[in-house]
Write a protein that binds this ligand. Structure first.
Ligand code: G6P
Length: 615
């Protein structure tokens, strides 16, 4: 949450920072701002709204020639979105500015202390407290900026990624992190700092991912110097080469990133399977598992922790892992798990699922599991993310950058990885026969083609969407493997179209939701042949008798459900365990087109952010 971009070097900072902020808007977009130093004056321009509003503000001002600057796009935590609460936040002297992603939990007591010492505050943010604390340390301790930031941060409880600039030290930026990500792009005589690497992709491929509790002193005329915040230990920077290309993060002709990402799914699933599903040899090769396979085989229990869409992938995994490995699985919201003093045995395996690899609650859940001696396996999309580094081992989904706030290809590729894991473990454990294993591998390989076939129905789904765009409520039903799909379908709809939607196991409808059904209520039913078909058909009859409007996702060639439904979307047949990957696709397109037809900004739905780095 919140995006940070900073630049120091020989180029004009403004266009680099603005372009970078646009790329980071998925992290928050309720207000934005930039501070620029032109050699004599520090200019801070801020506005409520999006980066496009900031650009409009810049256009009304004389140009600012600056080679150093810091920028921010905000997802409000403390203080409503407005110009004053937007970052950068200034210190009382006006010398120091900061951009911050995270929450300073003890800001109230720090603020009280600072007020007592004569400081005044104009915003409601915790960030203004932090920058004044840094200024106070600077004054009291008479130390350099880096040291002042370090001392101030040692008094802070909470999470942060920050970049600080002092106009008295105009060739230096200080960056630090705890709980929120920061990447430093290393160019020739220039450096970039950002919440992820996308803002500097076209300038450099060399990146340093700042580690937890590390502080970097960045000067254009020197190498980056890094130290540990807690003990001054000097750390040798580890420079990695970025694998991402500019093309990966552009819309490529699509109206929205979400649509692009929906259409990327056949390739994303292929990329997830590449090198892991070795069809010639008829085996799955998960290199990250090799050394740790025994732990999985001996585990009495697997606990999955995740949030949002990743939690839905976790629910699918519960079915997959229990079916193929016969190991009991629990799926927990990371935000609940972390605070309920969970019982974790040393021989438990924790699987943490996260697209961004930065979700604060998932990170906290992993920490608890590790403290209690459990082995943690991570499934992340973002390479080098905090979760991927914190876990004992894991698999990347390799879906490529997902920028639309509503997760799509991350979900289907997470299930793909989880399928590989479950099938492989089932095979080595002996709970899955070789012939069944081979049969599943063949089917897994065919999924990208089947996803493409579903995507070819885009215009049909668009027409269905037109019929439902005025709805104010919607129910999604599914059973077995299709229950998490119903939850995910409902989440997609509410996230981007603001239509209230609920997902239910179809049989549970009788225990409540059926009361809601009338001729106004659209009910989306996932009624594939392999998903308790007859039972779901009965549920559809029950809806029909109460005049509900039915949109059904059915297997190719279906007749019974088609007759009962108002609209039908066919998906190719597959094995039951892979249905979630296929059945999700039409629901993504349905939500997308309903939202577009309601005039919603699909990539930036209100109040949401893609990477939730605060709890
Ligand atoms: C946010 C995003 C969701 C995502 C969830 C978990 O709510 O908007 O799309 O599913 O966070 O994120 P993660 O990166 O951990 O998968």
């Amino acid at each position: 949450m919140c995006g940070i971009v900073a630049y120091i070097g020989q180029q004009q900072a403004t266009p680099i920072i603005i372009k970078g902020l646009k790329r980071l808007e998925y992290r928050g977009y309720d207000s934005t701002g930039i501070s620029l130093f032109n050699g004599s004056e520090l200019h801070t321009i801020k506005t409520m709204g999006k980066v496009s509003d900031l650009v409009a503000k810049f256009e009304s001002l004389p140009p600012i020639a600056a080679q150093i600057g810091i920028g921010h796009t905000r997802w409000a935590t403390h203080g409503v979105p407005n110009d004053v609460n937007a970052h950068p936040q200034k210190s009382n002297t006006g010398d120091l500015v900061v951009v911050h992603n995270g929450i300073i939990e003890n800001y109230a007591s720090l603020k009280e202390e600072l007020i007592h010492r004569g400081y005044t505050f104009s915003s409601d943010t915790d960030t203004e407290v932090l920058i004044n604390l840094i200024e106070d340390v600077q004054k009291k301790e008479k130390v350099k900026l880096g040291k002042a930031v370090q001392i101030a941060l040692s008094q802070v409880i909470g999470a942060y990624a920050i970049v600080v600039f002092d106009r008295k030290k105009p060739n230096e930026l200080i960056a630090a992190r705890l709980g929120s990500p920061l990447a430093i792009g290393v160019g020739t005589d220039e450096f970039f700092v950002a919440s992820d690497a996308t803002p500097f992709l076209e300038y450099t491929k060399n990146v340093i991912y700042l580690e937890e509790e590390h502080l970097a002193i960045i000067r254009s005329d020197r190498d980056v110097s890094i130290r540990k915040i807690t003990n001054d230990k000097v750390i040798k920077p580890y420079v990695e080469e970025l694998q991402m290309s500019l093309e990966n993060i552009q819309k490529g002709g699509y109206d929205y990133f979400m649509l692009k990402e929906i259409f990327e799914q056949p390739q994303a699933i292929r990329d997830t399977l590449r090198g892991r599903l070795l069809s010639d040899e008829g085996v799955i090769n998960l290199s990250s598992l090799r050394e740790h396979e025994n732990k999985f085989l001996k585990a009495k229990r697997i606990i999955i922790v995740a949030c949002g869409t990743s939690w839905h992938a976790g629910l699918v995994a519960e079915y997959l892992l229990e079916k193929f490995t016969r190991t009991p699985v629990e799926v927990e919201y990371a935000s609940e798990f972390r605070y309920r003093d969970p019982i974790i045995f040393p021989d438990d395996i924790i699987i943490a699922i996260s697209q961004s690899g930065e979700t604060a609650d998932t990170l906290a859940a992993i920490n608890i599991a590790k403290e209690r001696g459990a082995f943690v396996f991570g499934i992340c999309n973002v390479v080098g993310s905090s979760i991927s580094r914190l876990t004992d081992t894991g698999c990347y989904t390799h879906a490529g950058p997902e920028i639309g706030v509503a997760s799509t290809k991350a979900f289907t590729t997470q299930i793909t990885v989880l399928s590989l894991l479950a099938l492989h473990l089932g095979m080595v454990k002996g709970t899955l026969s070789r012939s069944e294993y081979q049969h599943h591998l063949l089917e897994l390989e065919s999924l990208p083609v089947k996803v493409t076939q579903i995507l070819e129905q885009e215009s049909l789904i668009k027409d269905v969407a037109a019929t439902f765009r005025e709805a104010s409520n919607c129910i999604y039903l599914g059973r077995g493997y299709n229950f998490p799909v119903a939850l995910e379908g409902a989440l997609k709809l509410k996230e981007i179209s603001y239509i209230h939607a609920e997902g239910y196991p179809a049989a549970e409808m009788k225990h409540g939701p059926i009361a809601l059904i009338d001729e106004q209520m659209p009910v989306v039913v996932i009624a594939t042949k392999k998903g308790h078909y007859d039972k779901v058909v009965s549920n559809i009859q029950e809806i029909k008798s109460r005049k509900g409007r039915i949109i059904a996702v059915v297997s190719e060639g279906d007749i019974r459900v088609k007759e009962l439904s108002d609209h039908c979307i066919e998906i190719p047949e597959s094995l039951e365990c892979f249905t979630p990957i296929l059945a999700t696709i039409p629901l993504q397109l349905l939500s997308y087109y309903i939202a577009v037809q309601r005039g919603c900004n699909v990539d930036q739905p209100r109040n949401l952010a893609k990477s939730v780095t605060v709890e």
